[in-house]
Design a protein around this ligand. Sequence first.
Ligand code: NAP
Length: 294
Amino acid sequence: MRVFVTGATGFIGSAVVPELIGAGHEVVGLARSDEGAARLKAAGAEVHRGTLDDPEDLARVAGAADGVIHLAFVHDFVDVRAAGDTDLRAIRAMGTALAGSDRPLVVTSGTAIGPTGRLITEADAPAPGTHRTASEEAATALAEDGVRSSVVRLAPTVHGRGDHGFVPRLIDVAREKGVAAYVGDGANRWPAVHRLDAARLFRLALEKAPAGQRLHANAEEGVPFREIADVIGRHLDVPVISLTGEEAEARYGFVGRFTGVDNPTSSTLTRELLGWQPVETGLLADLEEGHYFQ
Ligand SMILES: NC(=O)c1ccc[n+]([C@@H]2O[C@H](COP(=O)([O-])OP(=O)(O)OC[C@H]3O[C@@H](n4cnc5c(N)ncnc54)[C@H](OP(=O)(O)O)[C@@H]3O)[C@@H](O)[C@H]2O)c1
């Protein structure tokens, strides 16, 4: 397939591009900088220069492709609503371009936008009002318009070399404050997936996800947060302490909001439907390798 990939220059997209090319697909990657365009070309992809702010342009490129993987997101944690609106406009525009074609549109979301405190499955709808709720709903509804749409919900900890998400932020704050922290007893669980396993799931979703399907990209159902804090404390040689939720938010900023979240997540249905089998290192073993602390 000739596949349009938004977010192709990002942490996960830069693993999805070689995964697609390695499986015989052609990639047209969205790039908004010279540096991003050069990296895409070096990876063997064609480059489309553009941004998420131009839905008509995205629709044109999507309409000329055999399928789309949409990973780009404006990571503005000050105005997540606006970022969600931009995402929704992009999905609607590309979905409209693919309507009636049965071509695939794979959209990105997160497991943490579902209900928390219990095991969630692919059958769980997103919680109302999150920054991804409308995007998920719009994407799944496209199945009724003749688009083979699917939603890949990523674990909040997509890990691996080059990670610049939640875990590096936790490490930075632990280094800065001289302590590694967890909330309460630290038994709350974070699901996790290695970026290379996530990339394989995006390819499988493109190739064979049923229309309107929600998929869970987590290799681990839930790593107790206390164990993540323990590895960080040991590698930085700082004490590991318990905080209240309010203290964690004050100390960690935006990431503190998630520190105490209990988000155990099943990916059983995803594995059954697509034959996805994660094979890469787990989160704690990846942290133990040391590259997060260099
Ligand atoms: N990493 C995780 O742990 C994690 C967890 C859950 C969900 N996710 C979601 O997974 C997706 C990919 O995440 P990631 O970790 O790969 O993020 P990332 O490394 O920050 O990459 C974001 C990508 O989006 C592009 N982008 C951002 N704003 C754009 C705009 N206005 N116009 C066009 N492109 C734009 C970036 O382009 P540039 O290269 O030009 O900046 C980059 O390609 C995102 O939707 C993210 O929210 C990630």
